[in-house]
Design a protein around this ligand. Structure first.
Ligand code: SF4
Length: 156
């Protein structure tokens, strides 16, 4: 169930119509890291990047204010690799109150605590890249590791 208040729903529609008419972006996607703990066959972003230069939460707030879209998508790489990811979400959410915020993750690092913090910070909905996990399963020397991890995830 999306975390969408009535106020955000109204804002989403208003901002969507305004941006459509004024030829401004309807959806902005921020790749907050190019680093990823998976290594999917179809993707050019697999693998951990050490010492990656990253924008700060305030930078995302500034960009969100400037572009002012109704929908923002946070993706990567794997966004949960960033230690300040909750601050990034808060900064984007609070900049002119982005009404709909989608968080894309491969799900391998998402536990209950992280989910609740992100939800509280303003994430409207989570998008899981199951196809990525399936690719990882196919690449893995030990497929059972992924299958077990995901069975566990869906049980909890
Ligand atoms: S999980 Fe996503 S970002 Fe990571 S390697 Fe796979 S497709 Fe790429």
């Amino acid at each position: 169930m999306p975390n969408l208040s009535l106020l955000d729903a109204v804002k989403l529609i208003q901002r969507g119509i305004r941006n459509y008419i004024t030829n401004r972006p309807l959806v902005v996607s921020f790749e907050v890291t190019l680093s990823c703990n998976c290594n999917c066959r179809h993707c050019n972003l697999g693998g951990i990047i050490k010492d990656e230069k990253q924008l700060k939460p305030d930078d995302y707030a500034r960009l969100s204010r400037l572009l002012n879209p109704p929908v923002v998508q946070i993706s990567g790489g794997e966004p949960l690799l960033r230690k300040d990811i909750v601050d990034v979400v808060k900064a984007i959410k609070q900049s002119k109150g982005v009404p709909y915020l989608i968080f894309c993750t491969n799900g391998t690092l998402l536990n209950e605590d992280a989910y609740l913090q992100l939800h509280e910070a303003g994430v409207t909905s989570f998008q899981y890249r199951l196809i990525s996990l399936m690719n990882d399963m196919m690449n893995s020397d030990d497929d059972q590791v992924y299958i077990n991890a995901w069975s566990e995830r869906f049980r909890s």
